[in-house]
Design a protein. Structure first.
Length: 254
């Protein structure tokens, strides 16, 4: 008897390390007790056993539904740091998600932020980000005459393994592109002297035969250039920080 008890104790200790394990341990205990009561309840009548039988049949279905809901809605809260192969990845996920929260609160009119959604984005991005040391694979050119306005966005990318070269103008961007390789380009739309500077840069790149994925990060008013950006060969345009993060990391993962 001591062997099974000790084995159960070790299993329980292992399962108690994160929320998913605690849920699994609770389910095992409840289901096991119900099964024992049903098996050894020789004195119960058929009517008294019927609720237990219904419970044993319905309980797994309820558990499955609850599990699907938890994974789909709260996946970012179901893991402990030790569940990550490298605990640095856990720190990177938290940093990336927190940076997206800060960026979104600064950009959105409503303060409500779906942290679970941002955490899932960060988990995917960190998991499929560039390999350490692969600078060209993770190098992004960010073109904006006001880089202070997207500090948190860049922090989210940096935590996921990407690095940046900043350019304040179209000419500076073209100079950088002539000197090094980039995995993607992110640009604003309007800059002093050219209300369509981002489109001007994109058109010049495509004329030169440079096919680096191009994304525009702009204000809500800049979204009116969506059709023109795609017509010029751009890959995406948004005013939403987490949408930008998702678009770029998904494109680079491919």
């Amino acid at each position: 008897m001591a062997g099974p008890v000790e084995g159960f104790g070790r299993a329980a200790k292992g399962l108690s390390g994160n929320p998913l394990g605690i849920i699994a341990l609770f389910i095992t205990l409840v289901y096991g007790l119900a099964a024992l009561v049903t098996t050894f309840s020789g004195d119960l009548t058929a009517a008294e056993r019927l609720p237990l039988i219904y419970f044993l049949v319905i309980f797994p279905i309820l558990v499955l539904a609850a599990f699907v809901w938890l994974v789909s809605k709260h996946s970012g809260k179901l893991f402990a740091p030790r569940d990550f192969r490298d605990e640095d990845n856990y720190v990177n996920v938290v940093t990336s998600a927190a940076s997206l929260v800060a960026a979104r609160q600064g950009a959105a009119d409503e303060p409500e932020v779906d942290f679970g959604h941002l955490a899932r984005l960060a988990i995917r991005a960190v998991g499929r980000g560039p390999a350490p040391g692969a600078l060209a694979e993770g190098r992004i050119l960010w073109v904006d005459d006001n880089p202070a306005s997207n500090v948190y966005e860049r922090r989210a990318f940096t935590a996921a393994g990407y690095n940046f070269v900043l350019a304040l103008s179209t000419d500076a961007a073209l100079d950088h592109i002539g000197q090094m390789e980039f995995a993607a380009i992110i640009s604003d739309i309007g800059r002093p002297g050219d209300d369509e500077a981002g489109l001007t840069l994109l058109k010049e790149l495509r004329t030169l035969g440079i096919t680096v994925p191009f994304f525009a990060y702009t204000t809500v008013h800049g979204l009116k250039f969506r059709d023109r950006l795609f017509a010029e060969g751009g890959q995406g345009i948004t005013s939403d920080p987490d949408s930008l993060f998702e678009y770029v990391t998904a494109a680079l993962a491919k």
